[in-house]
Design a binder for this molecule. Sequence first.
Ligand SMILES: Cc1cc2nc3c(=O)[nH]c(=O)nc-3n(C[C@H](O)[C@H](O)[C@H](O)COP(=O)(O)OP(=O)(O)OC[C@H]3O[C@@H](n4cnc5c(N)ncnc54)[C@H](O)[C@@H]3O)c2cc1C
Ligand SMILES: NC(=O)c1ccc[n+]([C@@H]2O[C@H](COP(=O)([O-])OP(=O)(O)OC[C@H]3O[C@@H](n4cnc5c(N)ncnc54)[C@H](OP(=O)(O)O)[C@@H]3O)[C@@H](O)[C@H]2O)c1
Ligand SMILES: Cc1cc2nc3c(=O)[nH]c(=O)nc-3n(C[C@H](O)[C@H](O)[C@H](O)COP(=O)(O)O)c2cc1C
Length: 590
Amino acid sequence: MNTNIPFIPDNAPFTAEQRAWLNGLLAGLFAHQTAPVAQAESKPSHRIAVLYASQSGTAEGLARKLAKELKAQGHQPAVSTLVGYSPAALAAEKYALIFASTYGDGEAPDGVQPFYEELCLEHFPRYERLSYAVFGLGDHHYENFCKFGKDLDTKLAALGANRLVNRVDCDVDVEEPLARWKEELLPRLLDSAAIAKPREITVTASVATEEPAPSAAFTRDNPVLAPLVDKKDLTHKRSTKTTLHLAFSIEGTGIQYEAGDACGVLPQNDLNLVAEILQKLRFNGNEQVQCGKPESVTLHDALTHHLQITRLNRKMTAEYARQGQCGPLLALLDPKQQPELDRYLYGRGLIDLLSQFPGVIQTPEELVSILPKLSPRLYSISSSPLAHAGQIHTTVAVVRYSAHDRERGGVCSTLFADRASISDRLPLYIQPNKRFRLPSDTNAPIIMIGPGTGVAPFRGFLHERRALGARGKNWLFFGERSAATDYLYRDELESMLSDGHLTRLDTAFSRDQENKVYVQDRMIEQSAQFWDWLQDGASVYVCGDASRMAKDVHSALQTIVKKQGNLSSAAAEEYVQTLKEQHRYHRDVY
Ligand SMILES: Cc1cc2nc3c(=O)[nH]c(=O)nc-3n(C[C@H](O)[C@H](O)[C@H](O)COP(=O)(O)OP(=O)(O)OC[C@H]3O[C@@H](n4cnc5c(N)ncnc54)[C@H](O)[C@@H]3O)c2cc1C
Ligand SMILES: NC(=O)c1ccc[n+]([C@@H]2O[C@H](COP(=O)([O-])OP(=O)(O)OC[C@H]3O[C@@H](n4cnc5c(N)ncnc54)[C@H](OP(=O)(O)O)[C@@H]3O)[C@@H](O)[C@H]2O)c1
Ligand SMILES: Cc1cc2nc3c(=O)[nH]c(=O)nc-3n(C[C@H](O)[C@H](O)[C@H](O)COP(=O)(O)O)c2cc1C
């Protein structure tokens, strides 16, 4: 140790963190006054903002892990979510390391958009003092791979901030790219003048959690083959829709999950559709093709297990159109025609291109090269590991529709409905959702809003709380089309209500009367009670449809807060924002 530099003794009235920070400060202040030898010995210690934009917790886990490492190196990391964070706070930092995942159509995770929008309003560069690095998380199966990380990185550079190292755009395997990013980054933090020359790297790599659970052994690249042990309709046969309850055995696999997690399923396409495509192209299916795996597979296998054949996107349509010089399609690819193109793509799949514009694909390789990968489908787990040991339950709405003179179905939900039988083994893995957890205080009240399949995690929560002997009050808002045909888990929910485990159960059956009634209407009807529960410290959870329901429920929550709290719109918004910051408002929407 350099004895010329003063330091804060262990018994000084500071926390370990404050002491480390002050010692770092003193080291910095006194380093230049000491002899050259002593200078070489002292390690710079910086305050470093470690920020994350995360929805299901991967980016958050990585941020926290990195912060621990930085602390061990003598830095003072300050971990924060970008939800509720402000560009002004960022401008006050000297170092920021940002883990950013992407959602929706290449957007920021839930709640991070306001930060980004505000950042985009910053018209002149004010970030020259800031040195930063972005680690992007995403999934290359999505069209806009890691887009939010890319946008954030580009924006910060445009605002004058210094990029410490090149951004990494990381797929589901995180460990190796993270190690490489850190290897380049950490030495730079010792050299405050360091600025990297920008060059983007894209790597494909496995989700690392802070403390890998045994289930981490089963990933999307190495799923467990779990036998289906129960499958029943939750909707009546007279219903206008089908929703299924499924149970998979994970007995003896070592898989662990928590209530609130989701499970990923690797689906397979309908074999009849695969056969129709092969026939149309006059391939026999035994042709060997490469499709992103080291070993080749048959074309039949590729179309069944690895490639998306039921939906079209702009990229593949463009490739098909260019290859076949298909005039009408090329015209739709004009950026000005995007709404027309969207209308054309909606409800169509590969089979429609092959029928409408035949003769374009000549070889199996050409076919494989234009098709996107078939991505896993996620389902909120509707069981509790405590109450349903050795099993994972899911609640699945079956997607069926008729479009362009053909009956069509969702790949995975129709696999469950039509092509999977009891004891069939399906490839699945756990997708942790660390942001959607029961409160650690088992006495805290919870309000759950879950219409349709949104009820899934709440069934898990209710069973979990019962198994834990939790005494906190439970309130569920459930909605569906009709009570007679679509009341999912009716017996279970009503029995929980009658024995008092469910304190309140409010239902909204949208099609049982002339005018639609939705869960948010019930929330508004119960405004006073809802407010009382919030005042008693209740956490609010929302799950289900993202396109309309989640937005409407959010505004209902704001209306309740505004009215019952006698607040202005801005103050009500702030109240809801505080709920989020206190981890008392959680959304799992899709
Ligand atoms: C975190 C998360 C949790 C989820 N939890 C659940 C859950 O608990 N239960 C559940 O059921 N689902 C859940 N989902 C949705 C689920 O992952 C699948 O997206 C859903 O089952 C559809 O998958 P699929 O393979 O059956 O359909 P796909 O093959 O993916 O087809 C769906 C697509 O079909 C097209 N389509 C659908 N209807 C029409 C129509 N009328 N006209 C034209 N085109 C149409 C649309 O392009 C749509 O995107 C969740 C999703 C996420 C991200
Ligand atoms: N194509 C298909 O066959 C099919 C089948 C099932 C689900 N899906 C899709 O899968 C997703 C999840 O479906 P799900 O089965 O969980 O149920 P869902 O479609 O979300 O419907 C559940 C309940 O929510 C109601 N609802 C509709 N709009 C709402 C809003 N703005 N606010 C609050 N409630 C609203 C529905 O009423 P109304 O429907 O009466 O308006 C219904 O009573 C949805 O995105 C849905 O589009 C498609
Ligand atoms: C509903 C949904 C939408 C997603 N959209 C994208 C996307 O558009 N682009 C992308 O690269 N990744 C996308 N992803 C993948 C996530 O970014 C990826 O799983 C990431 O590791 C999640 O990080 P988090 O756990 O910190 O939220 C999506 C994931 C889900 C569940």
